[in-house]
Design a protein. Structure first.
Length: 212
């Protein structure tokens, strides 16, 4: 637990001291209000809040001096696994906390599906962002930005298949779901969140084993 806390502190100190990270976070928030349709803004803000901690903390973290120094410090104790856990756990918890507060600007009684899908989605995005930062850095960033901008700019529902593929939009999709209007039932996004987190965790674990 102490190593997880130490990793979290190093990630936070590094990110907060980089002006580029602060500007990136502001840009993401501004994008919600500029790109999203007016009726979608608050919904998209909930989804965005899940992703911002991962983007803020993990961008360029993999090759940073802070991470390299930490791993060098603990290499004799074989505790690198705890650092890897902290790398996806800390942004996920932060995203869950922020979105759990912001969601009440949209709904005074969020459906239970939101509380099930939001944590899964936060973990999925953190794992996916870790993988892209390590193995597909600029290409991964480009794909995630395009995916986010597409789901951000289009009104709901996008279509039965596309709605499921837009995993960055699951929290907003749950809150806006209305089967009577042709959208998926909220339960569908809980199931999709489960599938996504299993795929993300599987890919992350497989790539770690191949590199070890």
């Amino acid at each position: 637990m102490q190593l997880i806390i130490l990793t979290a502190m190093l990630m936070w100190e590094r990110a907060i001291n980089l002006k580029s990270r602060l500007w990136l976070s502001v840009l993401l928030l501004a994008g919600v209000f500029v790109v999203a349709p007016k009726e979608e803004m608050l919904l998209q803000l909930v989804s965005c809040s899940l992703m911002i901690p991962a983007i803020f903390l993990l961008t360029d973290w993999n090759g940073s001096a802070a991470r390299t120094g930490l791993l060098e410090l603990i290499k004799r104790g074989d505790k690198a696994g705890m650092v890897r856990i902290a790398e996806w756990l800390v942004p996920s918890l932060a995203g869950m906390l922020i979105s759990s507060i912001i969601v009440f600007t949209v709904s005074s009684h969020p459906p239970w599906q939101f509380w099930a899908s939001a944590p899964l989605n936060a973990v999925s995005f953190s794992l996916i962002f870790l993988v892209t930062e390590k193995y597909l850095k600029y290409a991964g960033r480009t794909l995630l930005v395009l995916l986010w901008l597409f789901q951000l700019s289009e009104p709901r529902p996008l279509g039965k298949i596309i709605d499921i593929l837009m995993f960055t939009n699951y929290p907003a999709a749950v809150l806006a779901a209305d089967p009577a209007s042709g959208s998926h039932h909220p339960d569908s996004f809980v199931l999709a969140s489960l599938v996504t987190v299993f795929i993300a965790a599987g890919a992350y674990t497989l790539l770690l084993r191949r590199k070890s």
